[in-house]
Design a protein around this ligand. Sequence first.
Ligand SMILES: [Zn+2]
Ligand SMILES: [Zn+2]
Length: 110
Amino acid sequence: MTAPIPYDPDAVHTPVLTFRWTVRGDPGDALYEASGTCPVCGCAMRRTWNFGQPPIGKGGFLGRRKEPGTEPCYTVCQCRTLHMNRPPSEPLGCGALLAIAPPPASGGTP
Ligand SMILES: [Zn+2]
Ligand SMILES: [Zn+2]
């Protein structure tokens, strides 16, 4: 490992990453967990999404999708390494925004 990189909230990694997806739970309320390596800091990280959650309230948009879809999933780095200068409000990660390729569609055509 190289020296730890400092926290950088402005870091953006635009190329879409391919993470390994693990799906848990019931259909319609499944948890999708992506795990892989943050290319910015080089640490392993994972992030869980719940795509099955229906929106609450009419016309309300809570930033959740009904299903994974085909758009990349955006998340800030969630690694457990303590990066320098990380603000107390951010318990995890190096601050980089990552785009992760969506999970493969289940039960559909390959
Ligand atoms: Zn990172
Ligand atoms: Zn890291």
